[in-house]
Ligand binder design. Sequence first.
Ligand code: SF4
Length: 396
Amino acid sequence: MMVNPFETYAGVYVHIPYCKKACHYCNFHFSTSLQSKNDMVLALLREIDITRGKNRRLITSVYFGGGTPSVLLRKELRSLMESIRKLFKILPDAEFTYEVNPDDMNEMTVPFWKQQGFNRLSIGIQSFRDEDLAWMNRSHTAKQALEGLELVRSAGFTNFSIDLIYGIPGLSDEAWKANIEKAIALDIPHISAYALTVEPKTALNTMISQGKKEPVDPEQQARQFLILMDMLEQAGYEHYEISNFAKPGFRSKHNSSYWQGIPYFGFGPGAHSYDGYTRYWNISNNARYIDSLNSNNIIPFDKEDLTETMQVNEYIMTSLRTMEGIDLAYLGGKWGSDKVEQLKKDSFKYASRGMVSYNNDHIILTREGKLYADGIASDLFFVSRDKENHAETQNK
Ligand code: SF4
C-alpha cells in the first residue's frame, strides 16, 4: 500500500469564535459578545499545550480563522503565537495566515500582525460596493477595504488574499464584473470567491422565508461564476480550486494541504483536526469549551474513525475540486486498482457530456463540469461496505 508522503507534515488551525457583527448569511461558529475572549485565549493555550502528537509532525502552515481573528488584542495574539512557536516544530518556510476584517485594519494593527510573523493575510472584503455590504450586514465599508489594502502593502505584505461573494440579489452581472475588475486592477495575488449560499438556521434564511429579502437566483450565480472564471483566467490567475484563484506562486499552502489530505491540528470551539485516519471536532460552544479546559484540563471533542470508503470519498470530493483533479495513480496505490477501474467506468457518462476530461491518469473537471463539481463528486462516491464506524467522546 502506498504511504501518503505528506503524513509527516501537518497544518495548524486556530479558531477565534468572535465577530463584531453577525453577517446575515453566516453559519460559522462565533459569538458577537466578546466578553469571554480573554478566558477563551487561556483555554486555547491549554488546548495547544495538552494536545498529543504535536511533536511528531513538521508544521507547514499555521492559519488563524474564525469568526474574526483580527478582534484579538495584541497581548492575546502574542501569547498564542508564542505558544505555537514554542510547542510545534515549524518549518522555516511555513505559511502563517491571519484572517482579518477591513474594520480592524489600521496603522497600528497591520504592521503588528507582520511583526508577529504572519506572512499572509486573508481579508474579508466580500464586495467593493457598500450596498452589497449593507445587504449582507457586514461590519465594514468599501472605503475601509480599499484603505486596508493600502496598509497591507505599506506594511510589506506581498502575499494576501481577499474574499469576494457573488450571486447576491441586487448584484447585477455588470456590477460583479466591476468588482472583479477592481480586484484585478489592485493586483491582488489571491482571490477566494464564493456563491452566496442560504444555509438553514441563518438570519438570511429566515428573512427570505418571511419575504423580507429576495431569494438567491441559481442562474445568476452560475452566470457570475462563469464571468469570474473567464475574467480571472484572462488576467493570469490559476483557477487552482473551485473557489480559489492565485497568481503564480501565491496558492494558499494551508488550504492546499487540506485538499492533499495532509493532517492538521485544529484548536478552539468547533475546530476540526485530522490525523490521516480519524477526524476530531471540538464542541461548538464557547462557554463549555472554556469551562472544560480551564476548570478540568479536558478537550471537549468527538471523533470519528474514517473507514476506507470514507477516506476515498473524501479524496474524490476534495481532489475533484482542484485544478489537478483526481490522481488515479495515487488513488490506486492507496486504495486499490479495482477502485480506479470503477471510478473510470462511473465517470464516463460525465466525460461523454463534456463535464470531465482525462489527462495523464487524472480525472479533471472541465469549465462546464465546474458548475456541478459537488454533484459530480458525490455521484462518483463509493458505497460503503465497511463496518459501521462510530463516534465517541474521549480525550485526544
Ligand atoms: S465576519 Fe465572517 S465569521 Fe463573522 S459573521 Fe461575518 S462571515 Fe461569519
